[in-house]
Design a protein around this ligand. Sequence first.
Ligand code: PGA
Length: 250
Amino acid sequence: MRIFVEKDYDAMSRRMAQVIAAEIVHNPACVLGLATGSTPEGAYKYLVDWYKQGCLSFKDVLSVNLDEYVGLAPTHDQSYRYFMQSNLFNHVDIIPENTRVPDGLTKDPKTFCAEYDAYIHSLGYVDLQLLGIGRNGHIGFNEPGDSFVKETHVVDLAESTIDANARFFATRDDVPKQAISMGIGAIMGAKKVLLAASGEEKAGAILNSICGTITPHCPGSILQLHPNVVVVVDEAAGSRLKSAGVSICG
Ligand code: PGA
């Protein structure tokens, strides 16, 4: 793993965007595995700026998103499809048909999940997978549990995840209780992974993912078995790494 600790959220976002832009420049028809949430928002702003400046094009890029809430329509302002449209897709030249976000309204989740995995497989897996991380160590919506789930699946959100995401909804009761999430198989099948985190409340999850026991009770810990992971954190999220003896790139 290469680990970068950046001064603050903005510097973390810029570093993330640089990694993503480098992937696109190196391989214009790359497959990006995209994430939503507060963590990548700043990076998407940088990418949109660089696109507007003419430094970057998404015209041959394909994307698959990690997850979506069950029950939210793409037009719901807290759906992850809506997030992707408003933070990235509407502002760059990516071809709409080349973007995939799990369908939170599917009537047949089992078939949908199998087809999502088959699509990722047909692309030869993702070239660069972006990941945020939950305070409980979840990646995508792969919540802590007794085993890693390989396939795309419907997941019951952990109470702590519902608590953490309640800030985006009018009330806690409005937070969906389930999501469709890419499984560990598609994530670990990615050729490169970019794991990012910001804020003190992520410091434990980052420490446990980078050098804790590899266990489904901290899903992010499986990344220790991936051969090509870049970790970008701000100082608060990386605050427990130095004392644990983790070597830092920058
Ligand atoms: P966040 O969420 O980026 O909004 O902090 C990350 C996650 O829960 O995976």
